[in-house]
Ligand binder design. Structure first.
Ligand SMILES: NC(=O)c1ccc[n+]([C@@H]2O[C@H](COP(=O)([O-])OP(=O)(O)OC[C@H]3O[C@@H](n4cnc5c(N)ncnc54)[C@H](OP(=O)(O)O)[C@@H]3O)[C@@H](O)[C@H]2O)c1
Length: 179
């Protein structure tokens, strides 16, 4: 069964991506998020609390521990992570199966975002008002026409950031792309 079809069958109530990117689309540099903005991660903590977060092995290793009050599923073909609220899957499709119908937040990095965009109901994209030189991980290109964009608050003192939400449009093309 093709992965996209398999994931659609396994989709839970809601699949969302959550990311912060710079003006030039950078999300990572040298294994880290290339900014530290007090309060910026509050949305991530609020939205994912009580739900399931799926992330790639490098992103998990950067955080270094399971997040409290939520299920974390790490996607890795090379390592196993187990513990309180922590599971490992060998693919995004397997991670969705483990999530078993709960709301799912895909938290990066590049290849999980790329694989999940076609099945995402929502994308929470925080636009960070910085240009990052020499970034080495980028948010994948996607067709903006597939989503309705809602622009939220602009926050931050030294570094400004704007919350946006992309909601998938319900169109025949989108529905057939997701099958
Ligand atoms: N700005 C943001 O919002 C944000 C969010 C997340 C991450 N980041 C940044 O992005 C960077 C990390 O992202 P990344 O793209 O380099 O790495 P990543 O996606 O976090 O991890 C890559 C690893 O995950 C596993 N993996 C990913 N997709 C897989 C799949 N479909 N099937 C099996 N395994 C899969 C593989 O692990 P194995 O090698 O073990 O097989 C792969 O090597 C860091 O700099 C991090 O700080 C930023």
């Amino acid at each position: 069964m093709p992965v996209k079809k398999e994931m659609k069958d396994l989709r839970g109530n809601m699949t969302a991506l959550i990311v912060a990117r710079s003006r030039n689309n950078v999300i990572g540099k040298c294994g880290k998020i290339p900014w530290r903005i007090h309060g910026e991660q509050k949305q991530f903590m609020d939205l994912t609390s009580g739900n399931t977060v799926i992330m790639g092995r490098r992103t998990y290793e950067e955080i270094g521990h399971p997040l409290p009050d939520r299920e974390t599923i790490v996607v890795s073909g090379t390592k196993q992570f187990r513990g309180e609220g922590l599971r490992t899957a060998v693919s995004l499709a397997e991670a969705m199966e483990i999530a078993n119908g709960s709301d799912v937040y895909i938290a990066g990095g590049y290849s999980l975002y790329k694989e999940a965009i076609p099945v995402a109901d929502l994308m929470y994209i925080t636009e960070v008002d910085l240009v990052i030189e020499d970034g080495d991980v980028f948010f994948p290109q996607f067709d903006e026409e597939d989503f309705e964009k809602e622009t939220g608050e602009t926050l931050g003192e030294e570094i400004r950031y704007t919350r946006t939400v992309y909601r998938r449009k319900v169109t025949e093309k989108n529905e057939s792309d997701r099958k």
